[in-house]
Design a protein around this ligand. Structure first.
Ligand SMILES: Nc1ncnc2c1ncn2[C@@H]1O[C@H](COP(=O)(O)OP(=O)(O)OP(=O)(O)O)[C@@H](O)[C@H]1O
Length: 199
Protein backbone atom coordinates (compact mmCIF):
# COMPACT_ATOMS: atom_id res chain seq x y z
CA UNK A 1 0.00 0.00 0.00
CA UNK A 2 1.33 3.45 -0.83
CA UNK A 3 0.00 6.52 0.96
CA UNK A 4 1.05 10.12 1.09
CA UNK A 5 1.52 12.41 4.04
CA UNK A 6 2.39 16.05 4.07
CA UNK A 7 5.34 17.45 5.93
CA UNK A 8 6.96 20.84 6.04
CA UNK A 9 10.17 21.61 4.26
CA UNK A 10 12.63 24.40 3.44
CA UNK A 11 16.30 25.17 3.44
CA UNK A 12 15.14 23.39 6.41
CA UNK A 13 12.34 20.89 5.98
CA UNK A 14 9.85 20.15 8.73
CA UNK A 15 7.77 17.04 9.02
CA UNK A 16 4.13 16.59 10.01
CA UNK A 17 2.18 13.27 10.32
CA UNK A 18 3.31 9.56 9.63
CA UNK A 19 4.71 6.22 10.89
CA UNK A 20 7.87 4.09 10.49
CA UNK A 21 8.95 0.82 11.79
CA UNK A 22 12.46 -0.42 12.12
CA UNK A 23 14.34 -1.86 15.05
CA UNK A 24 16.23 0.84 16.87
CA UNK A 25 19.93 0.24 17.17
CA UNK A 26 21.65 -0.09 20.47
CA UNK A 27 24.34 2.22 19.07
CA UNK A 28 24.00 5.31 21.16
CA UNK A 29 23.70 8.63 19.40
CA UNK A 30 25.19 11.26 21.65
CA UNK A 31 23.03 14.26 20.97
CA UNK A 32 23.16 16.75 23.83
CA UNK A 33 21.32 19.96 23.16
CA UNK A 34 21.38 23.32 24.84
CA UNK A 35 17.94 24.10 26.28
CA UNK A 36 18.71 27.57 27.55
CA UNK A 37 16.10 30.19 26.87
CA UNK A 38 15.92 33.83 25.84
CA UNK A 39 17.10 34.44 23.37
CA UNK A 40 16.93 30.80 22.46
CA UNK A 41 19.51 29.62 19.98
CA UNK A 42 18.33 27.08 17.44
CA UNK A 43 19.70 23.59 18.01
CA UNK A 44 20.84 22.17 14.69
CA UNK A 45 21.96 18.55 14.49
CA UNK A 46 24.04 17.63 11.45
CA UNK A 47 24.12 13.92 10.67
CA UNK A 48 27.15 13.18 8.55
CA UNK A 49 27.82 10.00 6.61
CA UNK A 50 31.64 10.14 6.55
CA UNK A 51 31.79 7.41 3.91
CA UNK A 52 29.29 8.96 1.50
CA UNK A 53 30.49 9.48 -2.07
CA UNK A 54 33.38 7.10 -1.43
CA UNK A 55 34.62 9.14 1.51
CA UNK A 56 34.33 12.52 -0.18
CA UNK A 57 31.44 13.53 2.09
CA UNK A 58 33.60 13.23 5.23
CA UNK A 59 36.47 15.19 3.70
CA UNK A 60 34.21 17.93 2.33
CA UNK A 61 32.39 18.20 5.66
CA UNK A 62 35.65 18.72 7.50
CA UNK A 63 36.54 21.59 5.17
CA UNK A 64 33.04 23.04 5.36
CA UNK A 65 32.63 23.01 9.14
CA UNK A 66 34.63 26.18 9.98
CA UNK A 67 32.59 28.18 7.44
CA UNK A 68 29.34 26.62 8.67
CA UNK A 69 30.17 27.55 12.25
CA UNK A 70 31.09 31.10 11.33
CA UNK A 71 27.86 31.49 9.37
CA UNK A 72 25.49 29.87 11.89
CA UNK A 73 27.08 29.98 15.31
CA UNK A 74 25.74 33.39 16.32
CA UNK A 75 22.19 32.14 16.68
CA UNK A 76 22.52 28.37 16.46
CA UNK A 77 24.10 25.54 18.39
CA UNK A 78 25.80 23.31 15.87
CA UNK A 79 25.93 19.65 16.84
CA UNK A 80 27.62 17.14 14.53
CA UNK A 81 27.04 13.43 14.67
CA UNK A 82 28.76 10.87 12.43
CA UNK A 83 27.08 7.69 11.29
CA UNK A 84 28.88 4.45 12.00
CA UNK A 85 27.01 2.30 9.49
CA UNK A 86 23.78 1.78 7.58
CA UNK A 87 20.59 2.82 9.45
CA UNK A 88 22.51 4.63 12.19
CA UNK A 89 21.20 7.97 10.88
CA UNK A 90 17.68 6.77 11.72
CA UNK A 91 18.53 6.35 15.39
CA UNK A 92 20.47 9.59 15.63
CA UNK A 93 17.54 11.45 14.11
CA UNK A 94 15.05 9.96 16.57
CA UNK A 95 17.22 10.85 19.52
CA UNK A 96 17.76 14.39 18.24
CA UNK A 97 14.01 14.94 17.83
CA UNK A 98 13.29 13.52 21.28
CA UNK A 99 15.91 15.86 22.70
CA UNK A 100 14.14 18.81 21.09
CA UNK A 101 16.35 19.62 18.09
CA UNK A 102 15.04 22.46 15.96
CA UNK A 103 16.38 20.82 12.84
CA UNK A 104 18.06 17.61 11.81
CA UNK A 105 20.19 18.10 8.73
CA UNK A 106 21.32 15.20 6.57
CA UNK A 107 24.87 15.65 5.29
CA UNK A 108 25.48 13.21 2.48
CA UNK A 109 23.56 11.69 -0.36
CA UNK A 110 20.06 10.48 -1.01
CA UNK A 111 20.61 7.34 1.07
CA UNK A 112 21.48 9.38 4.16
CA UNK A 113 18.56 11.73 3.55
CA UNK A 114 16.26 8.71 3.26
CA UNK A 115 17.42 7.38 6.62
CA UNK A 116 16.98 10.75 8.29
CA UNK A 117 13.44 11.01 6.89
CA UNK A 118 12.64 7.57 8.32
CA UNK A 119 14.06 8.67 11.67
CA UNK A 120 11.22 11.19 11.93
CA UNK A 121 8.84 8.28 12.50
CA UNK A 122 8.59 5.38 14.90
CA UNK A 123 5.99 2.62 15.22
CA UNK A 124 3.51 4.32 12.95
CA UNK A 125 3.77 7.79 14.47
CA UNK A 126 5.89 10.88 14.15
CA UNK A 127 8.64 11.05 16.74
CA UNK A 128 8.06 13.91 19.19
CA UNK A 129 10.28 15.72 21.62
CA UNK A 130 10.27 14.72 25.29
CA UNK A 131 9.37 17.88 27.05
CA UNK A 132 8.85 20.79 24.72
CA UNK A 133 5.45 22.24 23.92
CA UNK A 134 3.60 20.09 21.39
CA UNK A 135 3.59 22.93 18.85
CA UNK A 136 7.35 22.56 18.52
CA UNK A 137 8.36 20.52 15.52
CA UNK A 138 11.75 19.50 14.26
CA UNK A 139 12.61 20.46 10.71
CA UNK A 140 14.52 18.38 8.21
CA UNK A 141 17.40 19.92 6.33
CA UNK A 142 19.90 18.79 3.74
CA UNK A 143 23.47 19.56 2.81
CA UNK A 144 23.84 17.60 -0.41
CA UNK A 145 27.28 16.01 -0.38
CA UNK A 146 26.57 12.61 -1.86
CA UNK A 147 27.21 11.01 -5.20
CA UNK A 148 23.90 11.60 -6.92
CA UNK A 149 21.97 14.09 -4.77
CA UNK A 150 18.91 13.50 -6.87
CA UNK A 151 16.59 15.07 -4.29
CA UNK A 152 18.49 18.37 -4.30
CA UNK A 153 18.41 18.49 -8.08
CA UNK A 154 14.68 17.83 -8.06
CA UNK A 155 14.30 21.09 -6.13
CA UNK A 156 16.48 22.94 -8.57
CA UNK A 157 19.17 23.29 -5.93
CA UNK A 158 22.77 23.33 -7.01
CA UNK A 159 24.93 20.66 -5.49
CA UNK A 160 26.60 23.45 -3.56
CA UNK A 161 26.99 23.07 0.22
CA UNK A 162 27.51 26.82 0.68
CA UNK A 163 24.10 27.50 -0.84
CA UNK A 164 22.64 24.89 1.50
CA UNK A 165 24.17 26.71 4.48
CA UNK A 166 22.59 29.96 3.31
CA UNK A 167 19.21 28.25 3.24
CA UNK A 168 19.79 26.98 6.78
CA UNK A 169 20.88 30.42 7.95
CA UNK A 170 17.60 31.88 6.70
CA UNK A 171 15.71 29.19 8.62
CA UNK A 172 12.72 29.32 6.33
CA UNK A 173 10.51 26.26 6.51
CA UNK A 174 8.05 24.99 3.96
CA UNK A 175 5.97 21.87 3.65
CA UNK A 176 6.66 18.83 1.55
CA UNK A 177 4.88 15.54 0.95
CA UNK A 178 6.26 12.28 2.30
CA UNK A 179 5.08 8.95 0.98
CA UNK A 180 4.83 5.76 2.95
CA UNK A 181 4.82 2.19 1.71
CA UNK A 182 3.41 -0.42 4.08
CA UNK A 183 4.23 -4.06 3.59
CA UNK A 184 1.98 -6.98 4.51
CA UNK A 185 3.80 -7.32 7.80
CA UNK A 186 2.87 -3.75 8.67
CA UNK A 187 6.38 -2.44 8.21
CA UNK A 188 6.29 1.11 6.89
CA UNK A 189 8.96 2.77 4.77
CA UNK A 190 8.86 6.49 4.22
CA UNK A 191 10.17 8.17 1.13
CA UNK A 192 10.60 11.79 0.24
CA UNK A 193 11.95 11.53 -3.26
CA UNK A 194 11.14 8.43 -5.27
CA UNK A 195 10.26 4.83 -4.49
CA UNK A 196 10.74 1.93 -6.84
CA UNK A 197 9.41 -1.54 -6.42
CA UNK A 198 11.34 -4.40 -7.92
CA UNK A 199 9.20 -6.88 -9.78
N1 LIG B 1 29.51 4.98 8.42
C1 LIG B 1 28.96 4.30 7.41
N2 LIG B 1 29.57 3.21 6.88
C2 LIG B 1 29.03 2.55 5.85
N3 LIG B 1 27.85 2.88 5.25
C3 LIG B 1 27.19 3.95 5.76
C4 LIG B 1 27.71 4.71 6.84
N4 LIG B 1 26.84 5.70 7.11
C5 LIG B 1 25.83 5.57 6.24
N5 LIG B 1 26.03 4.51 5.43
C6 LIG B 1 25.20 4.04 4.30
O1 LIG B 1 25.67 4.62 3.10
C7 LIG B 1 24.57 4.76 2.21
C8 LIG B 1 24.87 5.74 1.10
O2 LIG B 1 25.20 6.99 1.66
P1 LIG B 1 24.89 8.40 0.95
O3 LIG B 1 23.54 8.41 0.36
O4 LIG B 1 25.19 9.46 1.96
O5 LIG B 1 26.00 8.56 -0.18
P2 LIG B 1 26.02 8.20 -1.71
O6 LIG B 1 25.46 6.84 -1.94
O7 LIG B 1 27.40 8.47 -2.17
O8 LIG B 1 25.07 9.30 -2.38
P3 LIG B 1 23.73 9.17 -3.25
O9 LIG B 1 22.79 8.31 -2.45
O10 LIG B 1 23.22 10.57 -3.42
O11 LIG B 1 24.13 8.55 -4.57
C9 LIG B 1 23.43 5.15 3.12
O12 LIG B 1 22.20 4.69 2.59
C10 LIG B 1 23.75 4.47 4.45
O13 LIG B 1 22.97 3.31 4.66
Amino acid sequence: MICCYQIAFGGVISMAKPSVFRAEHSMAADVSLDRSISPRRRNLVFIVNPLGANGKTGKEWKKLLPYLRSRLDTNCNVCESFTSGPSHAIDITREAIREGADAVIAVGGDGTLHEVVNGFFWAGRPVTNHDRESAHSTALGLIPLGTGSDFARTFGWKNDPHEAIERLAKGIRSRIDVGVISGEGGEAHYFINVADIHL
